[in-house]
Write a protein that binds this ligand. Structure first.
Ligand SMILES: Cc1cc2nc3c(=O)[nH]c(=O)nc-3n(C[C@H](O)[C@H](O)[C@H](O)COP(=O)(O)OP(=O)(O)OC[C@H]3O[C@@H](n4cnc5c(N)ncnc54)[C@H](O)[C@@H]3O)c2cc1C
Length: 428
């Protein structure tokens, strides 16, 4: 009978963080990943905010294959033929320790897997887990490729649609309301072209989010991150809106249409698509977090629902990495006590609650409810677009005074609805 101290299922950031932390402490840990290599099946936008996790990963900024430090933020409201763009630059973003970086998961996760292996973890790619083993009411291992593999404890890091936590009876399948789908292309471009097009110093990076016509008024948005020699461009659409709301478009069509938009086309011109991917994202926020442990099992990363969309920032990777570390620390404690019961493993939740992970989810508890407001995705971009059109427009005849032009758009019902939305947004 094959038996390990710890089995981790999933070689994304949560699984690799857990494996690396455990291996460094001399624990016998095996990580099972269904992809050809860690990073092969992993999708992100991808911007990694490094400040919250530096204490757990010393040397990350020096050693990891990070693409570009993000020094410039952008946001665009898209409406029909119009758009309004806002840029934010901050010199602090260019000083060490720089707060966020673009990354490519195929590169980053591969590097991280090597680090974990060097620390002593055993990583088995091309190994899909299909079930859990139960013994005496606890999880005692997994079944991979028909073979039973036993362990003192299993960590489910198998991503957003976590089969493992479902099989372990910790959660049911999530509803469409709690999930979005992301479609992404990596488009290669020479570094000088990237720097010219985005007005960047050599080696610096930009992040840009888009809302409105990018998703045809459905819940979601577009994103663009600059990498060293490529752009990561994508669209995220809420699955419920995708299925229920007009226009009925297939998810990939959103990205095709987005690339043709006048705001995007000049940025990707002459670029070659070198990677195409689609992936589900947890959007449930605090309400989407499932049970975090059971007898003999812990759940980390997307599998636990740790992804948080605030409109201005999309975060999941540092939650995945930190939760992997906390799962590992919990296991070290349980191992010392020789006790992998649910009660002992529930110290994981205490660690998460004491950290930025669950404190962020608590602070932004109301975010999903506030952001699902359909007015953000069609009405506001169109309304503001029409207002700016009239303000900038110089007609053939006499131009109207600016104040009455503004007044025309700022009607009483409009202001009332805006106030209502602002009142709800106070909880963000
Ligand atoms: C389009 C998009 C844009 C995003 N943008 C950002 C962003 O800019 N910033 C950010 O911080 N977050 C972003 N996120 C979220 C972030 O990517 C995730 O939160 C993060 O990748 C979660 O890491 P994870 O290790 O928990 O899961 P994953 O990276 O999904 O890893 C799960 C792993 O488990 C493996 N696996 C699954 N089932 C099995 C099985 N049965 N057997 C064996 N292996 C299995 C998979 O192959 C995979 O390697 C984005 C997500 C998407 C989809």
């Amino acid at each position: 009978m094959e038996k390990f101290e710890v089995i981790i299922v999933g070689g994304g950031l949560s699984g690799l963080s857990a494996a690396w932390t455990l291996a460094k402490s001399g624990v016998e840990v095996v990580l099972l990943e269904r992809g050809d290599y860690p990073g092969a099946k992993n999708v992100t936008g991808g911007r990694l905010y490094t400040r919250p996790i530096l204490e757990y990963f010393p040397g990350l900024l020096e050693k990891a294959p990070l693409e570009r430090p993000i020094v410039r933020e952008g946001a665009t409201l898209m409406a029909g033929e119009r758009h309004i763009t806002f840029h934010y630059g901050d010199l602090e973003y260019s000083r060490d320790p720089r707060p966020s970086f673009s990354i490519l998961r195929s590169r980053f996760d591969r590097w991280f897997a090597e680090e974990a292996e060097n620390a002593g973890a055993m990583i088995l790619p091309k190994t899909r887990v299909d079930d859990v083993i139960r013994e005496g009411g606890r999880i005692a291992g997994v079944v991979a490729g028909g073979d039973p593999l036993h362990a003192d404890v299993v960590v489910a890091c198998d991503g957003v649609l976590s089969l493992l936590s479902e099989k372990a009876g910790l959660r049911g399948p999530g509803g469409s309301r709690d999930h979005a789908v992301g479609i992404k292309e990596v488009i290669s471009l020479p570094p000088e072209k990237i720097e010219d097009r985005f007005n960047l110093e050599k080696g610096a990076g930009a992040a840009h989010l888009f809302v409105g016509e990018a998703t045809r008024g459905k819940f979601g948005g577009g994103f663009l991150y600059t990498n060293r020699e490529s752009l990561s461009l994508g669209v995220v659409v809420g699955i419920r809106d995708l299925v229920e709301k007009e226009p009925a478009l297939a998810a990939p069509d959103f990205l095709d249409d987005f690339k043709k938009r006048p705001e995007i086309a000049p940025l990707v011109r002459d670029g070659e698509t070198v990677e195409y991917s689609a992936h589900v994202i947890p959007e449930g926020g605090h309400g989407g977090i499932g049970p975090l442990c059971g007898d003999g099992i812990l759940v980390a990363g997307d599998a636990a629902g740790f992804a948080l969309n605030l409109g201005l920032t999309v975060r999941g990777m540092e939650y995945a990495m930190a939760s992997g570390v906390f799962a590992a620390k919990t296991i070290l404690d349980a191992r010392a006590a020789g006790n992998y019961s649910r009660e002992r493993l529930s110290r994981y939740e205490t660690l998460l609650k004491g950290s930025f992970v669950l404190q962020d989810f608590e602070s932004f508890r109301e975010a999903p409810r506030i952001l699902e407001n359909p007015r953000f995705f069609r009405h506001y971009p169109e309304w503001l677009g029409a207002m700016f059109h009239d303000l900038y427009d110089v007609p053939a005849g006499p131009k109207k005074r600016l104040f009455p032009t503004l007044r025309k758009h700022l009607s009483f019902p409009e202001l009332l609805a805006l106030l209502g939305d602002l009142k709800k947004a106070r909880k963000l």
